[in-house]
Structures are given as C-alpha cells and as structure tokens.
Design a binder for this molecule. Sequence first.
Ligand SMILES: NC(=O)c1ccc[n+]([C@@H]2O[C@H](COP(=O)([O-])OP(=O)(O)OC[C@H]3O[C@@H](n4cnc5c(N)ncnc54)[C@H](O)[C@@H]3O)[C@@H](O)[C@H]2O)c1
Length: 499
Amino acid sequence: MRGRKEARTAPCIHDVGELAASAAATTTAAATAAAATGATGAGAATGAGAAVAGAGAAVTEAGAKAAAGAFLSAGLYPLPGLFLRGKAQALTKLVLRKVLRPYLSLILSPVLHLILGQNRACAKHPEGQGKSKRQLPDQHEHLLCCRYRGTMNHWHTSTFWSTATALTPGPKIDKGQGDQSPEVPMPFRRKKISIIGAGQVGATCALMAASRDMGDVVLLDRAEGTAKGKALDILQAGAVQLFDGTVHGTIDYADTAGSDVVVVTAGSPRRPGLTRDDLLAINAGVVSSCCREIRNTSPEAVVIMVTNPLDAMTFIAHRELGFPRQRVLGMAGVLDSARFRTFVAEELGVSVRDVQALVLGGHGDSMVPMPRHCFVGGVPLTQLLTPERIQALVERARRGGDEIVGLLATGSAYYAPAASIVQMAEAILRNQRRILPCAALLEGEYGVEGLFVGVPCLLGGGGLERVCEFELDETERAAFERSVAKVRALVDDLSRLGL
Ligand SMILES: NC(=O)c1ccc[n+]([C@@H]2O[C@H](COP(=O)([O-])OP(=O)(O)OC[C@H]3O[C@@H](n4cnc5c(N)ncnc54)[C@H](O)[C@@H]3O)[C@@H](O)[C@H]2O)c1
C-alpha cells in the first residue's frame, strides 16, 4: 500500500533526469544489500520484498528506473546463491550483473514507471504541482511533458530515456541558467514540423508527415475547431496505422515555436467571382501575417510556401521573414514534375518509379517541362515517344491543376500537392541531400536576379544547399525566359497593388 500511495506523488517525466542520476546510487545500494542477504532463500525473499517496498519510495525519490534496478538486484542476484557455489556462483553473478541486468532493467523500468508514476503531472511546473495529467489542459501537457519533444506519450518518453541514459549519454543541450529542466540527449530530440492552414492541403500534409514519422506535427488554422478536430482525427489514425509522434491542433503560434520546418498553406483558394488581383491581395495579406508570426516563433525554421499564386507568395514570405534564401522555398516543381511523370508512365505502361523528370520555371501554365531531361529506366524519353506525343503530355502536365479543378468543381488538388510538400520537408528534416525542383530565390543563376523561380535545388538539413545549374538549349532557354517574364509580371503586380 505504501509503495502505491507514494507512487501517486511521483514526478512526471521531467524529473527523469533526476531519476536517472540517482538511479545508479539507489540500485547499487539495493544490490549491495541484496547481495549481503542473498546467500539464503529467506534472505533472497527478504531482499526482494524490501526492493518491492522500496520501489514505491523509489518512484518518488529516484524513479522507476531505480525501482527496477533494486527489484532486479534483490530478486535476481541472490538466485545463484541458492543453487551454486564457489566459482560457478561468482561467474553466474557476474553474467547477471554485467549482461542481463542492463537489458532487463530497460524493459522493467518503463513498466514500473507506467504502473506507479506516469499518471502524475509535472511536479516542477507551478501549474502541474499536485495535479494529475487529466486535470491539465492539453496544451500544458503537450508543452511541458514533451519538453524535449519526446515521443507521443510518457510511455515512449520513459522508454527512450531509459535507453538513452543506459546506453548513450550523448551531447547536452545548452539550456541557459534559469532552466531547471533535465539535460536532454541530442540524438533523441524529435523534429518538429508546423503546418499553417488546416484546409485540404494542410491537413493531408499533416497526415502524411505524421504517418512517415517525420517528427511532431503542429497543425494551425484560424478556425480553431478545424485545426483541433483534424489533428485529433489524424492522431487517432496513428493508433490503427501505428505511427508515433504528436499531432497537435491549435490557433496559437506559440505552439509552433522552435519548428524545424514550417509549411504555409493558409490562404484563400480560387473562387468564382474572385479576380486574380483580388486573390493576390487576399493571400498576400494572409501570408504576410503568417510570416510575421513564424519569424518570431521559429526563427531558425526552413519555410516551405504553398499558397498560390506560389511564386509571388514566396517572394512576399521571403520579404516578411527576412530569412536567408536557404530557408525560404516554394513548392511547385515537385508537383508539376510528378504530374508529368504520371502521364509519361501511363503512356508507356511502366512504373512511375522508373520515370525521372524535371520541370523548371514558374508554377502553373508557364512551367517548363524538360523532355530532354526526362528518362525512363535510364533511356531518354525522346527515344521512346514521338515529338507530338511528348508535346501532348507536356500540355496535359501544364494544365494538370486545372484538370483537377474542373473535375472536383468545389476545390483544387490536395493529395499530390501534400505528397510533394512532404517530399521536400523530408529531404530537409532527414538531411537527405536530394535534388528536387523547387521555387528558389535566384541570385544570378540561369541569368535571373531577385526572383523566386522553379529550378533544381539540392535540399538538405540547412534547406537550400545549392541551386543546380545546367545548360539549356535554345528552345528550353526561350521557354524558361517566357516563364520568368510571367513571374516578374506577378511580382510587379504586387508593387502595383501596394502589397
Ligand atoms: N503550390 C502548389 O502547388 C499548390 C497546390 C495546391 C494548392 N495550393 C494552394 O494552397 C492553398 C491552400 O489550398 P487548400 O486546398 O488547402 O485550401 P483550403 O481552403 O482547403 O484551406 C485553406 C485554409 O487556410 C486557412 N486560413 C486562411 N487564412 C488563414 C490565416 N490567416 N491563418 C491561418 N489559417 C488561415 C483556412 O481557414 C483554411 O482552413 C491555396 O492557396 C491553394 O491555391 C498550392
């Protein structure tokens, strides 16, 4: 009873740093005591009982890990004393101590932590003291209990922590003087991806990012119910599809703080009766306000812009954020080339995996598919299809978005756009160093200065690592320049409208 009662006042996972720190001492003491009494069966039983009683206290003082250690010390080590003598006994004890104990402790400590201590809120935080997790608002729990962006819940966090402390202490985060939180091993820090706009594209992107275990996902929208409802729905999908990580819906930018990647999908889609200038003005306002918040809350993030008109919105985002060009990118080329690849694969009756394609220029009907740089299983497309068929596929890819709008009637594409965003975000979060076509700020590359235009980009941990330049032939150069002229006209419209 005592153990259980004391377990109720156990600290939350924040205190695991302390738990781990004192675990070694507690465990060693318990092991010594058990070894002293462990020569007889009665001694073993007493030792084990003491360890179980101690487990309750240990959850308060030193945590479940110490309890697990004590339990093993008292319950496991005396066993050889019952059946073996001399060298055989010493050898068995050595094997138990050096080999079995660390692994059994890893398994036992989260179990004990779950049973005895995990339902308590953070004892260190003023709001958390004396309250159970259920008495705290969701956000508090998320922010405090997942402080080091641990895993989905305490169960995972404690498991990770046990593993971390037992196997690799790792480099520590510099927390500053006032921060009393436990030291956090860097290798176990999860990435954070925030998605602004929980509409069709944003929510689908959140689902895909969560299901690929890319990190903790925050879904923000100005409509609170939309953000929270969709986030909860996605989280519950994880229980079936078995993906970890948090998915948090919110209207508060504070919840996005410290994001590694921020995706902006907020804005108004094209609607009947809305002129192009109207849309430009509405979305410019939305993007500006979102970017001001992102600049304050996630100053180190890589921002991926999605809101249309893409090239102009990425231009505004870069201006508002004030980030270097490495950390502001627009998503369009991955989607446009995915459309082109799909049509090529369909035409040839081959797997889309074996089709590589490149699309340059602005987003939409001015984009420039590059048939000369399209390969099917390593063979140039120009050797597989006639120029007329290739041109027909190029045209269909150019109008790929409109074709879907025409079919849906009430909205625009979102599955392929979301998949394209996630491919870019994953390349950055996992430092994959992929070459993907993205809208990047050109500083002289391809003869363009100061505009966001679709070009092949090397994406890695820092965002844009390099704009990849290659020779264009005369036709390609002319098409590219026409596309750049359209992007320039769009940006001029921004100044004309005073945006
Ligand atoms: N770049 C591309 O290739 C590409 C592809 C598809 C869609 N898009 C664009 O992405 C955008 C989103 O498309 P969608 O289909 O998801 O639209 P949607 O209408 O379904 O979603 C937009 C969401 O943004 C939210 N929102 C609006 N203003 C906001 C603000 N100030 N702060 C926070 N949230 C705000 C809305 O509440 C809504 O939930 C559109 O501009 C669309 O044209 C771009």
